[in-house]
Design a protein around this ligand. Structure first.
Ligand code: NAP
Length: 460
């Protein structure tokens, strides 16, 4: 007769074998997709105790189904540049999982976009969207189109061609895209206009991140950056710490970065550095956020222009070096894998206390190990940057009800959602034997809701 402990050990061992074999299969079926493998590996490792405790998930192949997108659309995007030459880009939309709601996730326009990037983002989105507590499934899309250096009219022509195909696959009850890197309110406007023209109806809920005048939500622009800071603030408060008086470094200077800097500053922190892909600026007096907004949101300029107004600040022409700047709190808000093992070790050596991921998968698996082993408070992207998609779901709710909430109403809802995500992730980490490990906690809390919905809905 086996003891309870021996039975639990056997279940853990068989869950581990199952996960290892499935991960091998994922690698074989999706060759050359390093980013997708990385995102899957992180989730799989967290789920072993859940699968051991709930063998029906293995029996019903829930995870096998979850790593296979329900649908992936790849399409040609031809458009005519200002010289009259026809250009061709590739468009993607991955509709990963619709167990708890219509597919939801942003569109990224960046030359690095490929199938692996879109799949890693779409896979992460399943768990993130579940964590928000809103009824939204996981999806993501984009194109290898590079908006840098393009005229406004070229951007419009590209967006119209992209939507000519995408419109066949989306809708307020099927798939609701939003922005991401390279896609802001301007691009969403062109995409929405083309969708409306093709369909002949005004379906506000088909896209989120719209401008306020035609169905956008107050607070959506700020949501991801503010949400990341709210989440980190919860993490700090649990340790009787706060942003007040701390030194903060934020990578990037786009949508997420700007509003993370703004909220951290409002909470009493001094943000001393931010970046773009050309390098970073260091301002020991604290970054002038209004100037960054002017340079980036209004004038589309490079970050080095900052030092022309603030000659006391320094520009360093290497964006990766931003992690050598000493800080109490690091908020990576630019792109995937921007913090590797060496950068993480440097941050730890400089005394970093907390890291909050505003970008998607900005830390490599090795970097996360360094943070966790050194007891750095670590807020993983799925949980920490879920505020953007959460407010997108609030935008959908307002569109359905044909009403508009005030900024304050949205902001309070956002704060409550981020607090709930923190608490649910923390509770899951405790329940499954990894107290305080929010990577494990967020993955588990996001997974179980989707897994249970898939089981309820049968094999589809
Ligand atoms: P964004 O407004 O386009 O800004 C991106 C920023 O990151 C820019 O400063 C950009 O610099 C920099 N960057 C991009 N690729 C880079 C690279 N390969 N190396 C160095 N720097 C790079 O985009 P965003 O919306 O803020 O998104 C930033 C991150 O947050 C992404 O990981 C995105 O998936 C994630 N996220 C966004 C939202 C949202 O609501 N927007 C929600 C959840 C997660 P350059 O201008 O020089 O390229």
């Amino acid at each position: 007769m086996k003891t309870l402990e021996e039975v639990q050990d056997i279940h853990m061992e068989s869950a581990k074998v199952y996960v290892d074999e499935l991960f091998e299969k994922v690698q074989q079926r999706n060759p050359n997709e390093a980013e997708f493998h990385q995102a899957v590996k992180e989730v799989f490792e967290s789920l072993i105790p859940v699968l051991a405790k709930n063998p029906e998930y293995i029996e019903q192949s829930v995870l096998d189904r979850m790593v296979e997108p329900e649908r992936m659309i790849i399409f040609r995007v031809p458009w005519v540049d200002d010289q009259g030459k026809t250009q061709v880009n590739r468009g993607f939309r991955v509709q990963f999982n619709s167990a708890i709601g219509p597919y939801k996730g942003g569109l990224r326009f960046h030359p690095s976009v490929n199938g692996s990037i879109v799949k890693f983002l779409g896979f992460e989105q399943i768990f993130k969207n579940s964590l928000t507590g809103q009824p939204i499934g996981g999806g993501k899309g984009g194109s290898d189109f590079d908006p840098k250096g393009k005229s406004d009219v070229e951007i419009m022509r590209f967006c119209q061609s992209f939507m000519a195909e995408l419109s066949k696959h989306i809708g307020p009850y099927t798939d609701v895209p939003a922005g991401d890197i390279g896609v802001g309110a301007r691009e969403i406007g062109y995409l929405f206009g083309e969708y409306k023209k093709i369909r002949g109806t005004f379906e506000a809920g088909v896209l989120t991140g719209k401008a306020i005048g035609y169905g956008g939500s107050l607070g959506r622009k700020e949501a991801t950056g503010y949400g990341t800071v709210y989440f980190v603030d919860e993490m700090l408060k649990a340790q009787k710490e706060s942003f007040d008086g701390s030194t903060v470094v934020v990578s990037g200077s786009g949508n997420v970065s700007i509003y993370a800097m703004e909220k951290a500053t409002q909470l009493g922190a001094k943000v001393v550095a931010c970046s773009d892909s050309s390098g970073y600026i260091y301002d020991e007096n604290g970054i002038d956020i209004d100037l960054v907004k002017q340079l980036k949101e209004v004038e589309s300029k490079r970050i080095h222009e900052y030092v022309e107004t603030h000659p006391e600040a320094v520009f360093v022409a290497n964006h990766a070096d931003i992690w050598s700047v000493a800080c109490d709190i690091a908020l990576p808000c630019a792109t995937q894998n921007e913090i590797d093992k060496e950068a993480a070790e440097q941050l730890v050596a400089n005394g970093v206390k907390a890291v909050g991921e505003g970008a998607n998968m900005p830390s490599t698996l090795d970097a996360i190990d360094v943070f966790l082993k050194n007891n750095v408070l670590f807020a993983p992207a799925k949980a920490a940057n879920a505020g953007g998609v959460a407010v997108s779901a609030l935008e959908m709710a307002q569109n359905s009800a044909r009403l508009s909430w005030t900024f304050e109403e949205v902001d309070v809802k956002l704060q409550n959602i981020m607090r709930d995500i923190y608490q649910n992730s923390m509770e899951a980490s405790v329940e499954y034997g990894a107290p305080g490990n929010l990577v494990v906690g967020a993955n588990i809390a996001g997974f179980t809701k989707v897994a249970d919905a898939m089981v309820s809905q049968g094999v589809i």
